[in-house]
Design a protein around this ligand. Structure first.
Ligand code: SF4
Length: 383
């Protein structure tokens, strides 16, 4: 298939595909799916071998957010019956983080609900970062606290945060459909503040919110322009009690095509399989390991994931290996102060049709379980 040969060549050279090529990946048929996975898998192996980086989420503060992101179970007015609690104490957060590290996680992601942190919140998180770093040698810490105000990124960096996560989630054109309390440019600005403060930027998307193929391509190209080091790809978990509860739009095949498209657009960036993988990829999860080089281990912020031991078994069974703390995730040219990725030259590749029939999937509410263990509970975490 000319399209896939072109995309592999470009991925191996770190060249940006055209929008038409990215759209064409989303428009491939189920008959072509394994060819698409194999092609994107070549690009993945070129830059990341067969390594899988494990990341572990610790929800520092859950629920009761004043923002109205319609995909989020913690939003203003959410009726989802999730755990709700205020800031975890540094020692409790550190214990939760240690469980993830013991399970093989190389990065701990400290997340708090809310529009953004107060300066007091930054103090609390700074203490938590210190506690985690003292007790877990070599662990990377990523903070995800919402929109940052002036100076907060620098303070988090000084406290030892290696990375900051703030997702763009969807295209600029449709951002107003999923959230009215902040806008796309607020999100871009926070990612840029984190980068300017010397933190590794992590920014990704959520697929399955009713967006078009063009929206998906737009957000991935916007991410590529921001040049984060990691791109989490979430698949919407349509929580009962949120406005998107009925958005069951993804099939496992569609989820794989989306991951392949992200890999082609971000060939040498850490692409992370994030929330919703169990719900939407289901038994095809191992195929996704040929596309992504990073996953979350265990549970998510407000929902339960596959058992940590099953994640590890899946990685081993699929012939991949967990990345150790002695290995640097990104290829050499992308490490701090590394060269920028060159702009794409024009190509004369054929531009296939950009639209596909709307995917359909039955609602698999049976696969969605609200998190009832780990941080904020008396039960041990899943790691
Ligand atoms: S700001 Fe974060 S926690 Fe609040 S509703 Fe949006 S995604 Fe959820």
């Amino acid at each position: 298939m000319d399209l896939l040969n072109t995309l592999v060549d470009k991925g191996l050279r770190r060249e940006l595909p055209t929008r038409e090529e990215a759209l064409a990946v989303l428009a491939t048929s189920d008959d072509e799916l394994l060819d698409v996975v194999a092609a994107a898998g070549k690009v993945r192996r070129q830059w990341f071998g067969r390594r899988v980086k494990l990341n572990y989420l610790v929800n520092l503060k859950s629920g009761l957010c004043p923002e109205d992101c319609s995909y989020c179970s913690q939003r203003l007015g959410s009726k989802a019956e999730i755990l709700k609690y205020t800031w975890l104490k540094p020692d409790d957060a550190s214990k939760a983080a240690a469980a993830g590290v013991a399970g093989g996680a190389k990065r701990v992601c400290l997340v708090a609900s809310g529009r953004g942190p107060t300066d007091k919140d930054v103090d609390r998180v700074s203490e938590t970062i210190s506690a985690i770093k003292e007790q877990n040698e070599g662990v990377e810490v990523c903070a995800c606290l919402g929109l940052l105000s002036d100076g907060q990124a620098e303070r988090l960096r000084a406290a030892g945060a290696d990375a900051y996560n703030h997702n763009l989630n969807t295209s600029e054109a449709t951002y107003g459909d999923i959230c009215t309390t902040h806008d796309f440019s607020d999100r871009v600005s926070t990612v840029q503040q984190a980068q300017a403060a010397g933190m590794s930027a992590c920014s990704g998307l959520i697929a399955g919110m009713g967006e078009s193929d063009a929206d998906l391509v737009d957000v991935v190209f916007a991410l590529r322009e921001l040049d984060p080091d990691s791109v989490p790809v979430n698949f919407l978990i349509p929580f009962e009690g949120t406005p998107l509860a009925k958005e069951w739009n993804l099939t496992p095949q569609r989820a794989l095509r989306i991951l392949a498209m992200v890999r082609f657009v971000c060939p040498d960036i850490e692409v992370r399989l994030a929330g919703g993988r169990e719900v939407h990829l289901r038994s095809l999860q191992p195929l996704a390991l040929h596309l992504v080089n990073s996953i979350f281990l265990g549970d998510y912020l407000t929902s339960e994931g596959q058992a940590g031991k099953d994640d590890l078994a899946m990685i081993e069974d699929a012939g991949f290996e967990v990345e150790g703390t002695d290995t640097t995730t990104l290829p050499e040219h992308r490490r701090p102060c590394g060269e920028q990725v060159a702009a794409a030259p024009e190509t004369d590749a054929e531009a296939p049709a950009a639209t596909v029939p709307a995917p359909s999937d039955e609602a698999r509410r049976d696969l969605v379980s609200v998190r009832r263990r780990g941080a904020g509970t008396d039960l041990p975490p899943n790691a």
